[in-house]
Structures are given as C-alpha cells and as structure tokens.
Write a protein that binds this ligand. Structure first.
Ligand code: PLP
Length: 416
C-alpha cells in the first residue's frame, strides 16, 4: 500500500505539541476528578480566578458593535491604514525611535516570524535564539529548511548572557552572510525574563561590531508578544529607543501581536514593523513582506484590525482598555508573587521572573517531573531545559503549595 503522498520537503514532518498534550491530560483529569481538584498550568491564555477565559470587555464591545461590512469585507493586503498607524502607537508608546519604519499586517506574531525567516535568511541558514525559547520558532525554521541554534540566555548569576550571545553570533556569521537573531522580550515566554535597555544596547553593539565594514547583515527581531503584561506601559517600552540610529548593517524587526494584549488569540492578528536607518531598506521591507503575505494568507482579519484602530482613535476607549488590561496584569502578578515567595522558601530553583504569563523551573528531567506532578493533579509543560508554569491560567486559590509540590516532585525524580 502507498502510505505517503508527501513531497520530499514535507515527508516525515509532525508537530508534536507538548503544550496541547499536557492540556489534554489536564482536561481529562478535570473530567474524572472535578475541575476544582485539578491545577491546569498549561494554557497560554488568561483565565480569571474563576477559571474562565478572559476577554477584555471594551475589546469585546467594540468588536461586537462593528457593522457587518467591517466583519466580512476583504482588507488591504498591507492592512487597514488606521490599524497600521494604531499599531505603531500601541507598540512604541512614547519611545518611537527616530528612524525609517513601516508596519504591515500579519497573521499574529507567528506571521511576523514566518516572513522574517523566509525573507531575510536563505535555505540552510541558521537562525539564533536563546536556549529557553517558544517551541514554534524551531517549527517555523524547519518548515522553511532553516535551522535554529541557541545560546545560553543567562549567566550563573541570572544576568543576560552577552558573552554567550557574542560567541554564537560570531560562530554563525563565520558561515553565512545574513543572521536573524530572535529575542523574545519583555516578559519572555517561557520564563518571564526581560532584557534591560543596557542588555539590548549590548546586543546591538555585538551585531554592529561583527558586521560593520563588511557585507554581512544582521536582522534583530524583537518578539514583543507579551509587552502589554510586562510592567508599567512606558517603562517597558524604553527598549525601543535603542532602535534609533541603528547602524546600516542592522535591520530591526518587531513582532507585534494582538493575541495577548487584546485577548484576541484566535483572531490571528498582528503586525510586522521594520526599523532601519535606510529608507530604501524600509521600501523593500514593505514590498517583499506584502508579497509574502499575498503568497501565504492574502489579507488578514479585518474586524480585529478595525477593533484596534477604533480603540486607538478614541482616547476614552483606549483608557478603558488599558485599565481592564491592568486589572488582569495585577491578577497574574498576584499569582506570581505567591509562587515566587514560596519557591524561595522551599528552595525551588527558578529562572528570574520579571513579569508575564509564564515562569520556568530549570530541571534535568522535565518530562518525569511533569509526569510525577500528575499524582497531585498538577499539569504543567515539560520543555527541553525545564518545566513551564502558566501563571496566566491558574486561579490564585490554587497557587499556594504549588512550589512545594513541584519541589517535592523534582526531588523524587532527580533524587536531590
Ligand atoms: C513567544 C511568543 N511569540 C509569539 C507568539 C505569537 O502569537 P500569535 O501568533 O498568536 O500572535 C506567542 C504566542 O503564544 C508567543 O508565546
């Protein structure tokens, strides 16, 4: 019997998503033992303290009030102009860098990653990110016949590991001309870590030192999917000031997503923002990335774009949206505060958590620890280097005691 029709480049590909697998196990346990007995720390979406999926009320109202035309009509491939203007404000706040820039609409932050990998690296190139990373980075690279390599994100004392990045950048540049570096900050998934402005300046210096005066080019992609849950609005945006006066060999790309900031995960809306010292580079950015949009998904979700545009054109709506977001930011922070305090008390090691949906615990055998935690009806996600806890989805009442249980599971498994 014929058992495959796949073309060679597609043959054997299978996305094994550990996150959805862990969630399925949690859902099965909730059906068996009752939801109140089960802690589901697998979901990357905000659930309130009653366990309900959150939609920001103002976002919902604006979306539901849209006229039918706005719900169903095609949008321009580049995106609605009012959306693109709103996205620049939403992304940069008061820290819009003085540089040439343009935004195009994408299918979420994922769409930005797709276009950046496709249009700024070539087949067999290596893309770089940190050793703690969001799994789909690798899936995206592999699907386009690129590979993903990593550097150690943190030093022993929990600082951003500039030296490890520098070594990896040099190693990869030795064999290729374009280098795409993906950095997920602030409120990194899966650890909740954020780079400081000085860290980002050091990153840009490394890329500049290696490329200046050569034909090599660096593409620095800042994935800011969690920026609206990363801390005080303007403080977390000062990193963007570092993109002013980028050297000509460095192109900045920002992956903006409405998934978390607008609680519109399934609406698949985001934007790709290019920042450069060169007008020509930005003209090219618009052309080649719109072309890839046309070739990948055509145009994207009009009502989600209109929702953002409407909110950003109305100061009252924006203020309400920001207040509602802040309420949920504080809800997640309250959970984190308890977990982090208890982790310290019981001696559970943690990657330094600044803010965001997730925190991570480094571990030698994450799969076994997650399996062991099922005895306590706790479900979290095993990653290559540790265990990820989705604070965004665990009600506050279920947080006390979690760190101790994870610590006990770790000791049982690793015999520490
Ligand atoms: C680190 C990171 N980047 C980007 C995204 C992109 O999300 P979306 O494609 O839904 O905008 C996510 C979503 O989970 C993420 O965790």
């Amino acid at each position: 019997m014929i058992n495959s029709f796949a073309a060679p480049h597609a043959y054997g590909k299978a996305a094994q998503d550990k996150i959805f697998g862990a969630n399925a196990a949690a859902v099965a346990a909730a059906a068996k033992f009752g939801a109140d007995k089960v802690t589901n720390g697998t979901i990357g979406a905000i659930m309130d303290d009653e366990g309900k999926l959150v939609c920001l009320p103002t976002v919902e109202k604006v979306y539901r009030d849209l006229p039918t035309n706005e719900l169903i009509a095609y949008a321009p491939i580049a995106g609605l102009p009012e959306f693109l203007e709103g996205v620049l404000t939403a992304t940069f706040g008061n820290s819009r860098p003085k540089a040439h820039m343009a935004a195009i609409a994408t299918a979420g932050g994922s769409g930005v990653l797709h276009h950046a990998i496709w249009n700024y690296t070539k087949e067999d190139d290596t893309v770089i990110t940190s050793d703690w990373y969001w799994g789909p980075y690798k899936v995206l690279c592999r699907d386009m016949n690129r590979s993903l390599d990593v550097y150690k994100m943190l030093t022993e004392d929990g600082k951003y590991n500039v030296a490890a990045l520098e070594a990896k950048v040099k190693e990869v540049f030795a064999k290729q001309d374009n280098l795409l570096l993906i950095i997920n900050t602030p409120a990194h998934n899966p650890t909740g870590y954020s780079l400081t402005d000085e860290d980002l300046a050091a990153v840009i210096k490394i890329l500049n030192d290696v490329t200046a005066g050569t034909s090599k080019k660096a593409i620095l992609l800042l994935d800011v999917a969690y920026i609206d849950f990363a801390g005080e609005k303007e403080e977390v945006r000062t990193i963007f000031k570092g993109l002013a006066n980028l050297p000509e060999n460095i192109l900045g790309i920002i992956a903006y997503s409405m998934s978390k900031g607008f609680t519109m995960y399934g609406q698949r809306t985001g934007a790709m923002i290019g920042v450069s010292a060169s007008e020509a580079v930005i003209e090219e950015f618009k052309e080649i990335n719109q072309y890839t949009s046309r070739a990948t998904w055509s145009n994207i979700n009009r009502p989600a774009m209109r929702t953002l545009a409407t909110i950003y054109q109305d100061a009252t709506l924006l203020h309400k949206t920001e207040e509602e977001r802040d309420f949920y930011y504080k809800m997640i922070k309250a959970r984190a505060d308890i977990f982090v305090k208890e982790a310290k008390e019981v001696g559970l090691p943690m990657i330094p958590y600044v803010a965001g949906f997730f925190l991570s615990i480094p571990a030698a055998d994450p799969d076994a620890i997650c399996e062991k935690l099922h005895d306590d009806n706790i479900f979290v996600v095993p990653l290559a280097a540790g265990v990820r806890v989705a604070l965004c989805s665990i009600p506050l009442s279920k947080i006390p005691g979690m760190a101790a249980k994870i610590n006990a599971a770790m000791k049982a498994v690793e015999g520490k």
